[in-house]
Design a protein around this ligand. Structure first.
Ligand code: AKG
Ligand code: FE2
Length: 310
């Protein structure tokens, strides 16, 4: 894995804009996203005391009765509850919209546990805050690394983060191992964390599938279709899939997905003779609506060109 997908260290120093290690990480980040569409972030400051509680919180959530979980409403960004759909019978998921904000976590928790569950609420919120911090650092590096750091603040003000909590059940005797189809995310960036059960595979630039090896401080950072549009096609979207095997413990995975609540403009600085304009400005939510209406067989592909390609 290490030789195929870059590993970038996010230490206290490299997360501090202006330092030497920031510059280095910034270069590595841009190169990784342009070449591969993804990299593994070794997030040194991720609190180790959050790992067990966040996966414990995921388990506690899925142990709730079906009629409780369906209470989570759909939002503009996602389905509320993904419940063993016919095409993906092993997958169950819940989406917590705007999880970087405490009020959103409180609202979600009150729906799931009307008598309260402070531990869940605090854990989900702390996790989303930590990962959205990493996501912001990566995004700032993407902007600065492309020489357009001055646009970062206004982009950042419009960002929202969705926490997706996923569980993969093991296939029964008579069930084949059906996993979600390979796809690119429709996000700006996605950051994935899994318990110690493998499953996530990303496609390298040579077209080879590489398995993401879990560790308590390893996060897979992937560019989504919106980032491809923003970068005028310099960054590629990460094509990935899940391959859960039949034996071993249950797999839980946590995704933090970033979306812009407004319009994403393609910086004029990223358009030149060598890089003619490939995309028009687009509204991220309208792009998600376009995705929803797209035919199932195309949904896995990077759709940004079809949506706002020039
Ligand atoms: O299960 C995972 O780790 C990733 C899930 C995924 O790709 C998605 O929700 O878009
Ligand atoms: Fe995905």
């Amino acid at each position: 894995m290490a030789s195929k997908v870059p590993v970038i260290v996010f230490s206290e120093e490299s997360m501090e804009p202006g330092t030497k290690s920031w510059m280095r990480a910034c270069d590595e980040t841009v190169r990784a996203l342009e070449n591969h569409g993804c990299f593994v972030a070794k997030y040194e400051d991720f609190p180790p005391e959050l790992t067990d509680p966040i996966f414990g919180a995921a388990k506690e959530l899925f142990d709730l009765p079906h009629e409780t979980k369906v209470r989570n409403p759909d939002s503009a960004y996602s389905k509320g509850y993904i419940a063993h759909y016919p095409g993906t019978p092993l997958l169950e998921g819940l989406n917590l919209d705007g999880a970087e904000k405490l009020e959103a976590c409180e609202k979600f928790t009150a729906l799931m546990w009307p008598s309260g569950n402070t531990r869940f609420c605090k854990t989900a919120h702390s996790y989303a805050r930590e990962i959205s911090t990493l996501e912001k650092v990566v995004t700032r590096m993407v902007f600065e690394g492309h020489g357009v750091g001055e646009y970062f603040d206004s982009h950042d003000e419009s960002m929202t983060y969705l926490l997706r909590i996923l569980k993969y059940k093991k296939p029964g005797e008579d069930e084949v191992n059906i996993n979600p189809v390979a796809h690119t995310d429709k996000t700006f960036l996605s950051i994935l964390y899994q318990n110690n059960v493998r499953g996530l595979e990303v496609m390298t630039k040579d077209g080879e599938w590489v398995t993401f090896e879990s560790s308590p401080s390893s996060f897979m950072v992937m560019a989504g279709d919106a980032c491809v549009g923003w970068s005028n096609g310099r960054i590629k979207a990460c094509y990935h899939r899940i391959n859960v095997r039949e034996d071993g413990p249950l797999r839980y995975s946590l995704g933090v997905f970033s979306y812009n609540t407004g319009t994403i403009d393609i910086p004029k600085e990223l358009i030149d003779q060598d890089h003619p304009q490939q995309f028009k400005s687009f509204n991220h939510l309208d792009f998600l609506r376009f995705y929803d209406k797209s035919q199932d067989r195309t949904k896995g592909q990077c759709l940004i060109k079809a949506y706002c390609g020039v």
